[in-house]
Design a protein around this ligand. Structure first.
Ligand SMILES: Nc1ncnc2c1ncn2[C@@H]1O[C@H](COP(=O)(O)OP(=O)(O)OP(=O)(O)O)[C@@H](O)[C@H]1O
Length: 251
């Protein structure tokens, strides 16, 4: 059986060294289908990882297991510290204003002040009293990030949070995520379909295939990165090949 530590809402006095999460032979079956197949993974503190994989390769399944949202995964899984998740759709509660969404279920001293600070960090102070349905897509994702941030996670799981955003908003949110990461330094696991997004943001890029981490690359280029950085060009080709895609885009 998997062992996991559910994410408490405040940063615990847990060991500040060692990996924040370790999967050791993690397996998840849905009926006859084995989606995660004895998968091994270690996530170091403060590291920014992007997880690529073809549609249906099990990225969200892995993320759900790491988030403690899947009680049926088998094998070893240990998560040390608190976890927060931001999903593709921001999942704000529509009948609560933005500010109340941030503090929902938050069991820390001074939740209001903490929510104010988180909203300020994501540039959403002006929209604190707004109803979620009146937010733009980018604002809703900012609110989702603030809700994750206010929990001071040791591990921040991002499940394609940028994929529904327009290109310009996406660039702004990329910068925001990097800024939040550099200030708070959670470990980040970003699930994405976008090789360039992975190369722009992450220190390490993983490719999930047939239930395992089939490929792993460190990203050598310093930040801020530009997609035409020479170090990224060959890495892009390598990652596309690991995904079974030729650079020209034909599979
Ligand atoms: N609750 C479930 N019951 C049955 N099958 C499931 C369940 N959740 C996921 N699966 C299956 O597991 C496989 C992996 O799904 P998952 O959502 O993890 O893939 P993914 O890599 O995140 O895909 P995408 O990139 O398209 O979002 C899929 O074939 C999916 O149908």
């Amino acid at each position: 059986m998997a062992t996991r530590v559910p994410g408490p809402l405040t940063r615990p006095a847990a060991a500040a060294t060692g990996p924040v999460a370790t999967a050791d032979g993690l397996t998840r079956r849905f009926g006859e289908r084995t989606v995660l197949d004895r998968l091994d993974l270690e996530i170091g503190r403060g590291e920014f990882i992007a997880l690529l994989g073809r549609s249906g390769s099990g990225k969200s399944t892995l993320l759900r297991a790491l988030a403690g949202l899947d009680s049926e995964a088998e094998g070893g899984l240990s998560v040390t510290g608190s976890v927060a998740v931001a999903f593709q759709e921001p999942r704000l509660v529509p009948w609560k204003r933005v500010h109340a969404n941030i503090t929902l279920g938050l069991a820390v001293p001074d939740p209001k002040e903490k929510a104010d600070a988180a909203l300020a960090e994501v540039g959403l102070t002006e929209r604190a009293g707004a109803w979620p349905l009146t937010l733009s897509g980018g604002e809703a994702q900012r609110a989702s990030l603030a809700r994750a941030l206010v929990r001071e996670p040791d591990l921040l799981l991002l499940d394609e949070p940028f994929s529904a955003l327009d290109a310009l908003t996406r660039i702004t949110i990329h910068q925001l995520v990097l800024q939040l990461w550099s200030v708070h330094r959670p470990a980040v696991l970003l699930v994405t379909h976008d090789v360039d997004e992975a190369l722009l943001l992450a220190d390490r890029v993983l490719v999930l295939d047939r239930g395992r981490i089939a490929h792993e690359s460190d990203v050598p280029a310093p930040r801020p990165r530009h997609r035409d950085h020479p170090d990224l060009t060959s890495l892009r080709t390598t990652l596309l090949a690991a995904l079974g895609v030729s650079p020209e885009g034909t599979t």
